[in-house]
Every structure is written in C-alpha cells, then in structure tokens.
Ligand binder design. Structure first.
Ligand code: UGA
Length: 454
C-alpha cells in the first residue's frame, strides 16, 4: 500500500520504518527541512536501538520529504504522528495536529483515504481532525468531501529504547473507527504484523511463543481512551510500587522481593513494578495530566491518577532529602549523577528525573557532575544553561564526589569497578535511585548504600 506518515519523531519514524520493512511504500513528511535532509542522507535524529538498521534495510520502500503534495495525493493511508506537547492546564497543544490535518485536506485526492491519528490526542480529536481535513479539502476544491476519506485512531504503545521490538511484536493493535471500510483497510495494512508472517530481522528475532497479534477493533472514542488509560495505568503501577517501597523502607522489607512476590500473581504481572526514582519521559507526565484535565472537563475528579502524579513528584524530592539527611549540608558539596536520560537505551531527556534532581541540588548550592552513555550531547544542546559538569566516564563523574546518585539504570553501571570508584571519591554515600546495584557488594566496598525504598 502507499502510506504517508506525518512527523518523524519516535512514533512516526519507527512506524514508517516498520511499515516499509513489511513491504509498504512509505513517505515520511516532516516540516523540519534539516531533519528531512539528514534522514535522506541516512542519519537518524535520535538514539534508538536497531532503528538505523531497520531504516537502512527498508530504504527502497522509504522516502522523506517536507512537501505534502509529494506524498498525500497518492496515499491510501495517512498517519498523523506529530508531537502533542503539553500545553496550558495539562491539556496537550494541538497546533501540529491541526497543521497536519489541514495539510492533508489541502492535498487530498484519490478514492478513499484513511487518515489515522497515531499521535496521542485528547478524546474527541478524531472528529475534530475529520472536520479540519474536510474543510480544507472543500475550500480548495469547492466539492463535497463526502466518502473520500475517514479518520481512524490507532494508538501507539511502543516504548522508547525498545521501539522496534514493540512495533514488530506488539501485545495488541488497537484500531478505532466508526466505519467498517476503514477497519478493513487498516487490517490489510497490518496483516503481516497481525499474522506474524514477515521474516524477522536478524537483529530482532521473533520471541518464542509469539502467536498472532490480537486486533482490538473499537469505536473512535474508545481507542482514544485506551491510549490514555493504558499509560495512566502503567504510571500508577510504578507509583504504587514506590508507595509500597516507602513503607518497605520503614518496616525493613526488601522492595525487590516484595515486587517479585506480588508480580508473580498473573493478575498483577511483574512488569512496571521496578521501584525507584519514578517515571519520566514525554508520555506518562503529559498523558496523566491530560487524563486529569479531560476528567475535570466532564466534572470528574481523577483522584487515583492525581495521587500517582504526586507520588512521582515526591520521589524526586526524596533524593535531595536523603542526601541532605546524610551530608547535612549540600552547599559546596559535589554530587555525581550516573545517568541523564529518562530511561536506559535512549538519549531522550524530556521530563528526565536527572534534570529535576540536578536543578534541586544546584539550588541548594551543590556542584553537580554527571555521566550518561548516550544522552550527553543532547543534554548540551537542549539544556545549555543547566550548570552540570559532564564527564566522559562514570568514574570521572564520581571522582572527588561527596555522594553519588544512580539516576538511570544503564546496565553498564552495574559492572563498574565500584571498589576503585569508592577510593576515588571524597565521601562514601551512594544513593541507588533504581535499585540496580548489589547492596551487599557496595556495602562491602565501603559505601553507605541508600535507596528510595527498603
Ligand atoms: C511509555 C509506555 O510504556 C508506552 O507503551 C507508550 O507507547 C509510550 O509511553 C508513549 O505514550 O509514547 P516510554 O515513556 O517510552 O513508554 O517508556 P517506559 O518504558 O514506559 O518508561 C517510562 C518511565 O517509567 C521511565 O522513566 C522508566 O524509568 C520508568 N519506569 C518504568 C519505572 O520507574 N519503573 C518501571 O517498573 C518501569
């Protein structure tokens, strides 16, 4: 099929590359000319494992442009995957979505086109997008758009850092539409994925026991709500284990064992029960805020989601409180942070806990040094004013520090020579914000090992 994707962020580019890999002819459209030029030259604008190989391997089916006119008229399916950054009052800013919908309407041709919302959009956006596409089309052609296109919602569930795996081997695909023909077009598009009939790439073999992928065919509003409800549930699962972690600390329990003990109950599940500094990233914060805002528009108070947000904010404050408890004075101290990205295997810094922790420490007069395996160049570009000394290695970041904080659970931090790091530090406090390290080993090496949970 001929497919256009508007927006080449994590979702757009991954979707485009995967659909091209599955054999569709894909054109990615982005308003940022520099980004498009880089993509045309084979450069991926962010760090995502296996995306470069996937794009290179599907190159014959994949092109990039800034011009809607080059792609939209011949497309059978058009994905909108533009950013919906947080706006005022928790509601997302929809200006990119609006521009994309208008661009589609101004260039629409062909028989029957499915316009798919893949961006995370407020409930009801499907109808809104439909009206913008229709108005733009009718204004340009002076003809009725009736029957020419339909809007569907196809929320994305990929995680940064494992975006390709999640896209090729999803737990489910959700399609929301109020029109049977639309659902059929999307079924054909996703057929190789749903039936898992494609040849897996050598670098990402199909998981054992992977069967057919369930397709949830829903109405538009349900599909839109599924996305928010899924992200909010994952966020509150993390906040819940962090709340239990605080109690575990008080009663002398080990939160890792507790998480395993409850997670092995199949009704609960072990995933997203990793206690620690809490969630960051561009999605959970924005989507939980949007869910609260939407609920309140309808006179509802989304108390559970609000509590999850509060708990998450508290975890970041607790890092500084714990350091204060140990060091008594933060002014003039040097604190080394391991990890800047909001999670491992990405260079994304949006809503990263490390930024908050660094700001709070600096406010209290501490000096902050940091290391991250991939996010440091992006940090320099995006946060030039945040006074953090970046270091080429983790060892260098911790040298002469009064305390170390492990903020992002990059696996390589587990393998550090902690004994020699200890002797290079001024102090001996180590706050493991992700429960990544071996408490016994670190204590034996002479550290005062702290975590945010018991
Ligand atoms: C999240 C969802 O997991 C995806 O399904 C969704 O598609 C995506 O948002 C989105 O809406 O675009 P993402 O933010 O990329 O994906 O990353 P996650 O793996 O969900 O991690 C989010 C945050 O939670 C990270 O800061 C991570 O460190 C933290 N986390 C995760 C924990 O603190 N504990 C856990 O057990 C799991």
């Amino acid at each position: 099929m001929n497919v256009s994707i508007i927006g080449t962020g994590y979702v757009g580019l991954t979707t485009g590359a995967c659909l091209a890999f599955l054999g569709h002819k894909v054109t990615c459209i982005d308003a940022d000319e520099r980004k498009v030029k880089a993509l045309q030259a084979g450069k991926i604008p962010f760090y995502e494992p296996h995306l470069p190989e996937l794009v290179a391997g599907a190159r014959h089916n994949l092109s990039f442009t800034i011009e809607y006119a080059e792609a939209i008229p011949q497309s059978q399916v058009i994905f909108i995957a533009v950013g919906t950054p947080p706006g005022a009052n928790g509601a997302p800013d929809l200006k990119y979505l609006e521009a994309a919908a208008r661009g589609i309407g101004e260039n629409l041709a062909g028989d029957f086109v499915v316009v798919v919302n893949k961006s995370t959009v407020p409930i009801g956006s499907g109808n809104w997008v439909e009206s913008i596409v229709r108005d733009a089309y009718e204004k340009r052609t002076n003809q009725k758009a009736k029957g020419m296109f339909a809007v569907a919602s196809n929320p994305e569930f990929l995680r940064e850092g494992s975006a390709i795996f999640d896209s090729l081997y999803p737990d489910r695909v959700v399609v929301g539409s109020d029109n049977q023909r639309t659902a059929e077009v999307l079924y054909s598009l996703y057929r190789p994925l749903l039936e898992q009939t494609f040849n897996p790439p050598s670098y990402l073999p199909r998981p054992d026991r992977m069967g057919a992928v369930p397709l949830i065919s829903a109405d538009l509003a349900s599909a839109e709500l599924i996305k928010y409800a899924a992200n909010a549930f994952l966020a509150l699962k993390i906040s819940y284990i962090n709340e239990i972690g605080q109690l575990a600390e008080k009663v002398g329990a080990d939160i890792t064992q507790v998480a395993k003990g409850i997670g092995l109950d199949a009704r609960i599940g072990t995933r997203f029960l990793q206690a620690g500094i809490g969630w960051g990233g561009s999605c959970f914060g924005k989507d939980t805020a949007a869910l609260v805002a939407t609920a309140s528009e309808y006179g509802l108070d989304a108390q559970i989601v609000k509590a999850a947000r509060d708990m998450n904010r508290r975890q970041r404050e607790r890092v500084v409180e714990k350091l204060l408890d140990e060091l008594k004075i933060l002014k003039g101290r040097t604190i080394g942070l391991l990890g800047l990205a909001f999670k491992p295997d990405t260079d994304d810094l949006r809503e990263a806990p490390a930024l908050d922790v660094a700001r709070k420490l600096i406010e209290r007069g501490a000096r902050v040094k940091a290391h991250d395996p991939v996010a440091m160049s992006r940090f320099l570009q995006e946060y030039p004013d945040l006074d953090v000394t970046l270091c080429a290695t983790a060892e260098e970041a911790l040298q002469d520090c009064d305390a170390a904080v492990l903020v992002t659970e990059w696996q390589q931090y587990r393998e550090l020579d902690w004994e020699s790091i200890k002797s290079s530090m001024r102090g001996h406090v180590l706050l493991d914000g992700r429960n990544l390290l071996d408490r016994a080993r670190l204590s034996k090496a002479g550290f005062r090992y702290l975590s945010l949970a018991g």
